[in-house]
Design a protein around this ligand. Structure first.
Ligand code: HEC
Ligand code: HEC
Length: 266
């Protein structure tokens, strides 16, 4: 009787604790499961909610890649500076003078080579010479990049070479020059009479006089393209396009007319 009573009083606190834990745990478990279920449903359904949402989700997922591809495909190659090329490619031999390479910053090594002239050095660097591999062994380097690295190295050792401008900057100018054909002097007469004669007939404001070889000689020596460019942008007291509202083609014709009548040959 005493035993069973003792057992009963011993068991009671455990039962109480278990029932409290169970009482707490069961609802917590239920809540946890419900939350999981809801999250699961949301996860499954969100992307498929509409075609548009799914498409947007896909676009968002591939966006970084798509951007990368677009950059690679469309971006013009950014020409590296001479120092960048040197640091990446040329330094491996030219820093310490490996294989007999002229050392960076070493006037004794570079003096005789600088004396060959920039163009020769660039040519040798592009084509390779003796132990020096073509383009320093990096076939991806453009001519401009190699030329810049040559200037960077030679200038470190006392030269004063001017590295070429980026090809990107030169290209539009070249394209422009190619598309603007030389003007037609025959068509230029009418344009001249209407827009240029005011100054050029009598030589107003120091304008070179029409047909006067003495005042055109030096100007013609600059070449037609330069004259056209000056006439387009204006020069000294000559306003852009002579202040006339005419097309580039008309201006080119008028310049051609002035040029030929001034003694130039197109
Ligand atoms: C694998 C080693 C090596 C690398 C890399 C290298 N060079 Fe050279 N370079 C040489 C050697 C060796 C010479 C001397 C060649 C000779 O005149 O016999 C030399 C010579 C030159 C000369 C002088 C050419 C002349 O006509 O006197 C130039 C300019 C030059 N290198 C530019 C470069 C540039 C620019 C790079 C990086 C794009 C580069 N080198 C990378 C080994 C290298
Ligand atoms: C308002 C006066 C004026 C008008 C209008 C004018 N010019 Fe001129 N032009 C000048 C003067 C001044 C110069 C000399 C500028 C200088 O070299 O300082 C000149 C120079 C030039 C030159 C030589 C540029 C050079 O580099 O030497 C050309 C080519 C030329 N003009 C073409 C034209 C044409 C084509 C027209 C008509 C569309 C025109 N000009 C209308 C005043 C004029």
């Amino acid at each position: 009787m005493a035993d069973s009573h003792a057992k009963m009083t011993q068991a009671t606190p455990q039962e109480v604790i278990i029932s409290i834990l169970a009482g707490l745990f069961a609802p917590l478990l239920a809540i946890f499961l419900i939350v999981q279920l809801v999250l699961g449903i949301q996860d499954n359904h969100q992307p498929d909610a509409t075609d548009e949402a799914a498409e947007q989700a896909t676009l968002n997922r591939i966006k970084p890649f798509a951007t990368l591809v677009a950059l690679d495909a469309n971006a013009p190659k950014v020409e590296k500076s001479g120092q960048e090329v040197y640091d990446a490619v040329c330094t491996s031999c030219h820093a310490a003078g490996a294989l007999g390479a002229p050392k960076f910053d070493n006037k004794g090594d570079w003096g005789p080579r600088i004396a060959k002239g920039y163009d020769t050095l660039v040519k040798h660097a592009i084509e390779g010479i003796n132990q020096m591999p073509a383009r320093g062994g990096d076939g991806d380097l453009s001519d401009v990049e190699v030329a810049r690295a040559v200037a960077y190295m030679a200038n470190s050792a006392g030269a004063n070479f001017k590295a070429p401008e980026p090809a990107a900057a030169a290209a539009p100018a070249a394209a422009g020059a190619a598309t603007v054909a030389k003007g037609d002097p025959a068509k230029g007469k009418a344009v001249y009479d209407a827009h240029c004669s005011a100054c050029h007939a009598a030589g107003v404001a120091g304008a070179p006089k029409f047909g006067d070889k003495a005042s055109w000689d030096k100007r013609i020596a600059q070449g037609y393209d330069t004259l056209l460019s000056h006439a387009t942008k204006g020069i000294g007291a000559m306003p852009p396009k002579g202040g006339a509202d005419i097309s580039d083609a008309d201006l080119a014709d008028a310049v051609a007319y002035l040029y030929v009548e001034g003694g130039g040959k197109l």
